[in-house]
Design a binder for this molecule. Structure first.
Ligand code: FMN
Length: 416
């Protein structure tokens, strides 16, 4: 009974055995993974073991995908309400600074093409995938959902779900595929997500989220982090957020990304939930003051370099969402301000996309799936509208290829 390679045994992960997923294409392999109970975890923890075949890490083109083989002697920051720095991680020591600049998970937007493009603009930013549900990963489609390129690192896989064992398996798939972090979504307010009992509604169930985090941490060596809101519906006192945070810390969370507005689960669309509930940055700053060892990343409504710098006086990291997507050059500007990197010319960024685009076209990707992420590159610059129009009109044509990007670059640069 193979489900894209995995046999799912309901709530009991004992002796889950997958068939080999096989070779996807040259140089990109997947693995079978066997999960057994880890002794001494009260039956809750599970320890994935290597199965047959190559590591999923090969998916990313990165050598040494087996995170356990890279286990650091400093692994396992032990929590007894306190956290030691640096962050626990298999092959490297991660520091709080590793979350200084991050790009938000955004469904349908931050796919692998988008992340590749963002990486060219910002060598340091930590990039997040779109949310992938643990069910989708465990029940199939692992290869497509986990695919990413080596250039994207550091890159975090965001998971949605609320079944600890299923999340543990999904996290393990992610770690084996080479992701540098597994992030749990506790902030998405869409109806679909609520009916699946995950996303923002989980803020009402800190204990369950804690169980999810513990199971995931037992399954992987990369950091397991959480992205949440400051509250949901009427559960929006600071004390609620405080309790949620304490529970996360007890479960082993070392990095908390906080979207600084609450979510209204009834009556507001996801889009409205990103705009209508007011931002309350002070609440996030307070969290950082009260949990100084926790890496706190602030998110929501951050649109300028100056705002980024101001937040970094108060918290450890910022997460840019819509600003990074609609005006991606802001990533180069923030990069220059924070790390002193020279700002690349916009045209040069596009030219550096060429090998990637040509390789993707050669494997059958349609240009429009990549070029849609590039539309905002000249935002605010003369000729931005012509660039966008040239790309959007041409990219859906069947023979669209790199020449279209060149033509768009060559558009006259005059103010609209
Ligand atoms: C199109 C879109 C899709 C999103 N999808 C996700 C998602 O998959 N997971 C998640 O945690 N947040 C998601 N978000 C929320 C963002 O990660 C972020 O928290 C929100 O946009 C606020 O940040 P901003 O004001 O910088 O955009 C999404 C936002 C947008 C605009």
């Amino acid at each position: 009974m193979a489900c894209a390679g995995l046999v799912w045994g309901g709530r009991n992960p004992l002796r889950l055995t997958s068939a080999a997923l096989g070779v996807q294409r040259s140089g990109h392999y997947a693995t079978g993974i066997r999960l057994v109970r880890r002794s001494g975890t009260g039956g809750r923890g599970i320890m994935p073991q290597r199965g047959i075949g190559q590591g999923l890490g090969r998916l990313s083109g990165r050598p040494g995908g087996c995170s356990r083989c890279l286990r650091s002697p400093l692994k396992a920051t032990q929590y007894n309400g306190r956290m030691s720095s640096p962050i626990s991680s298999p092959g490297q020591l991660l520091q709080k600074d590793d979350w200084r600049l991050t790009v938000a998970p955004m469904m349908d937007w931050t796919d692998r093409h988008c992340r590749y493009f963002h990486r060219l603009l910002s060598p340091h930013a930590r990039l997040y995938t779109e949310m992938v549900t643990s069910a989708a990963l465990v029940r199939g489609k692992q290869l497509r959902l986990l695919e990413h390129s080596q250039q994207e690192h550091p890159v975090a896989l965001q998971l949605g779900g609320s079944e600890p064992e299923e999340l543990a398996i999904a996290a393990r798939y992610g770690a084996d595929a080479g992701y540098d972090e597994i992030n749990l979504n506790v902030g998405c307010p869409s109806d679909r997500v609520q009916s699946g009992r995950f996303g923002a509604c989980l803020m009402r169930e800190p204990a369950l989220v804690g169980d999810c985090v513990k199971a995931m941490r037992d399954a992987v060596d990369v950091p397991v982090t959480v992205k949440c809101r400051i509250g949901v519906d009427d559960q929006d006192d600071y004390a609620d957020l405080q309790h949620f945070t304490e529970t996360m810390i007890d479960a082993g969370v070392e990095v908390l990304v906080v979207h600084a507005r609450k979510a209204w689960l009834q009556g507001l669309s996801p889009k409205e939930n990103r705009e209508i509930p007011p931002l309350d940055y002070e609440r996030v700053y307070r969290l950082k003051r009260e949990f100084p060892e926790l890496v706190v990343v602030i998110n929501g409504g951050i649109t300028t370099v100056e705002q980024v710098q101001a937040h970094l006086e108060r918290v450890d990291g910022v997460m840019l969402g819509r600003a990074a997507y609609h005006d991606p050059y802001i990533l180069a500007q923030v990069e220059a301000a924070l790390y002193g990197e020279p700002m690349p010319a916009r045209d040069d960024v596009l030219l550096r996309m060429r090998p990637y685009i040509e390789a993707e076209l050669a494997r059958g990707t349609s240009l429009k799936h990549i070029s849609r992420h590039l539309l905002g590159l000249y935002q605010g610059e003369p000729g931005a509208r012509g660039f966008r129009r040239r790309l959007s009109e041409g990219a859906h044509l069947p023979d669209a290829d790199w020449r279209l990007i060149e033509q768009a670059i060559a558009q006259p640069r005059v103010a609209a």
